[in-house]
Design a protein around this ligand. Structure first.
Ligand code: BTN
Length: 331
């Protein structure tokens, strides 16, 4: 077990009593350090962007969280994961998916969560770049060792995408849609995407990394590359309110780790159907799709149990798309 840092333990004490002042002497006793040392750690937290109310003889109260990801805060809210070494928060990395893969190769325990404030080589699907220069957005990877047959894992990315949609709807004022297979959409604009990468060994999925990028408060400026390109948008812009990245990240991590457990224990099928009905963006729509085997035009008929998208071509022939990407066409 990794010990929690002093800053994390101070935050835990303040977060336990969010409306009250906690005396410096109480904190000092809890952590078994001097009041001067407490003051020094408070200064460090202030430099990270925390705001505190501090009143002589009464103590400290937490007023505001930093705008960028805070390691101390995430560890304070997710102590079990942090103590097991499963929570890595980096200032800058090439790609959180690559970092998660490196950690997995070193034998680090799973579930493993890697977050970064910035990525220098954020990867999107189909070899695209994921713009990752804003500290106001979420770049995270979730790594697991499922030990299941690859066929059993097929609906996993869709399930996690639907879970992200449910999470975004529940945090308020947001009406997300999932565009098969992995795009998080709002009124035809893209706010996030998922990139799943896996290693299969003799018919068992050994490890799997699910990377999630979400434009939380910053809308990236992207070149309009092709007809499959959807304009980006941020969650703050669609909800019309400020979103605290730190609280958002904690709730999202808890939700996705629970969704993995539900999937792994094979309890996802009934909620999957319900969430698919609610969030599927393509139901009954005319689409153009492209995959390794070429282009398909037609009307979306639904989803096969393995997660393949069913498209009916104009001649009535049904095609199943296992991977690829889709764009709406005028009906
Ligand atoms: C897509 O829509 O093409 C998928 C985008 C996935 C981006 C995320 S950001 C965190 C993780 N690290 C990466 O390099 N990519 C994923």
């Amino acid at each position: 077990m990794n010990p929690l840092s002093k800053e994390t333990r101070i935050l835990q004490s303040l977060l336990e009593k969010p409306r009250e002042f906690v005396a410096g002497s109480v904190l000092a006793k809890e952590l078994d350090i001097t009041r001067v040392a407490i003051w020094t750690y408070m200064e460090k937290l202030r430099k990270e962007g925390f705001l505190f109310d501090a009143i002589r003889n009464r103590g400290y109260r937490l007023r505001k969280l930093p705008t960028q990801l805070s390691t101390a805060y995430l560890h304070a809210k997710l102590p079990q994961l942090a103590q097991k070494g499963g929570l890595h928060i980096l200032d800058e990395v090439d790609s959180t998916n690559s970092e998660a893969e490196r950690l997995i190769a070193q034998g680090v325990a799973t579930p493993l969560v890697v977050l970064a404030r910035r990525q220098t080589k954020g990867r999107g699907r189909l070899g695209r770049l994921w713009e990752s220069g804003s500290e106001e957005n979420f770049y995270g990877s979730f790594a697991f060792r499922p030990g299941l047959a690859p066929i059993r894992m097929q609906p996993f990315t869709l399930w996690m995408g639907l879970t992200v949609c449910r999470f975004l709807e529940e945090i308020g004022n947001l009406k997300p849609r999932l565009k098969w297979p992995n795009d998080i959409m709002f009124e035809g604009k893209k706010a996030g995407g998922i990139l799943t990468e896996a290693r299969v060994d003799s018919d068992v999925m050994r490890d799997l990394v699910l990377g999630l990028g979400l434009n939380v408060s910053h809308t990236p400026v992207l070149p309009n590359v092709d007809p499959y390109h959807y304009a980006p948008v941020s969650l703050a812009a669609v909800s019309g309110r400020e979103i605290s990245l730190n609280s958002f990240a904690v709730a999202l991590i808890e939700t996705l780790l629970e969704a993995y457990r539900v999937f792994h224990e094979d309890r996802f099928k009934e909620p999957f159907q319900r969430l698919w009905q609610r969030y599927d963006m393509l139901a009954g729509q005319m689409v153009e799709a492209r995959s390794g085997s070429g282009k398909v035009f037609g009307r979306v008929k639904g989803l096969r149990p393995d997660g393949a998208l069913l498209i009916e071509e104009s001649g009535g022939k049904e095609r199943a798309l296992v991977s690829g990407e889709v764009s709406l066409t005028p009906s």
